[in-house]
Design a protein around this ligand. Structure first.
Ligand code: GDP
Ligand code: K
Ligand code: MG
Length: 272
């Protein structure tokens, strides 16, 4: 019997807690994350000879360092290194939900997607090509209707399969020549600190530093490479880079949605 540590993540109101409850039933504990008044829920589930320990992370739209919820979620994934991260997606709002996915993919963690609210997207006529979306995202995607308990066992099967699989390579969204050069330069500096490299994915770390992410920067505080990183970043416009990379992530999202769900694309609107 092996223990598998699973973290549930997703935007607010996508059905995370419903999935959490459907999996763990009454076996759960509620507390707070250390240092912050953000609720922490942990539950367990015995399934197919495994014990799953499930953590319901705070709902977030992104994994930057702008709010306690985002820092809690991100640090949990980076520092506690759960075996599998599950992102619950609201299938009626894929464009917005996939923004978080681009950041999770970049973290290189083992990832499973639950395409939740599939009853609602289907009743309005969306046809998501699941196999295609799965291929474009590079990892497992399971259709669920969590409030009816549908797809939950498939999701558990996918989590176990993913936990047993090789770690997948971090997904790479190409950010264009200039940004890629800066990322590579930062990676070449970071690689000189092996402790840091064993702890954080170098591409993810470089991207966050380039975006001017203070929380990522603070992770350098005891590193010998800190002065070299600071020197390199001091001449750069981090806000400009942050905006440019956000644009590329949205380009990636529209590109995969246009391939995997033509009917979804028609419903995209700025007011969504
Ligand atoms: P969270 O904020 O991500 O934790 O979302 P909740 O689990 O609290 O769910 C938000 C609302 O969506 C609740 O009213 C749920 O009952 C409902 N819900 C969850 N999953 C589904 C689903 O697959 N289909 C439908 N129609 N409603 C759902
Ligand atoms: K809620
Ligand atoms: Mg919730």
């Amino acid at each position: 019997e092996t223990k598998i540590r699973v973290a549930l993540t997703g935007n607010p109101n996508v059905g995370k807690t419903t999935v959490f409850n459907a999996i763990t039933g009454a076996r759960q504990k509620v507390g707070n994350w250390p240092g912050v008044t953000v609720e922490k829920k942990v539950g367990t589930k015995e399934y197919a000879g495994h014990v799953l320990e499930i953590v319901d992370l705070p709902g977030t739209y992104s994994l930057t360092a702008y709010s306690a919820d985002e820092v809690v979620s991100r640090d949990y994934i980076l520092e506690e290194k759960p075996d599998v991260v599950v992102q619950i997606l609201d299938s009626t709002n894929l464009e917005r939900n996939l923004y978080l996915s681009t950041q999770l993919l970049e973290m290189g963690t083992k990832l499973v997607f639950a395409l939740n609210m599939s009853d609602l997207s289907e009743s309005r006529g969306d046809e998501v090509d699941i196999l295609r979306l799965e291929r474009l995202l590079g990892t497992a995607l399971i259709k669920t209707t969590a409030n009816e308990g549908k797809g939950i066992n498939d999701l558990l099967d996918a989590i176990i399969t993913k936990a047993d699989s090789e770690a997948h390579l971090p997904h790479e969204i190409g950010y264009g020549k200039d940004v890629e050069e800066k990322i590579r330069h930062l990676e070449n500096i970071l690689v000189k600190d092996m402790t840091l490299m064993n702890r954080y994915p170098s591409r993810w770390f470089s991207i966050k530093l380039l975006e001017g992410d203070e929380n990522a920067r603070s992770k350098l505080s005891r590193s010998s490479v800190k002065p070299e990183v600071e020197k390199f970043l001091s001449g750069l416009d981090s806000e400009g880079y942050e905006a440019e990379m956000a644009d590329k992530r949205y380009e990636f999202i529209s590109s995969i949605l246009s391939q995997a769900c033509t009917t979804c694309a028609e419903k995209m609107s700025p007011s969504d």
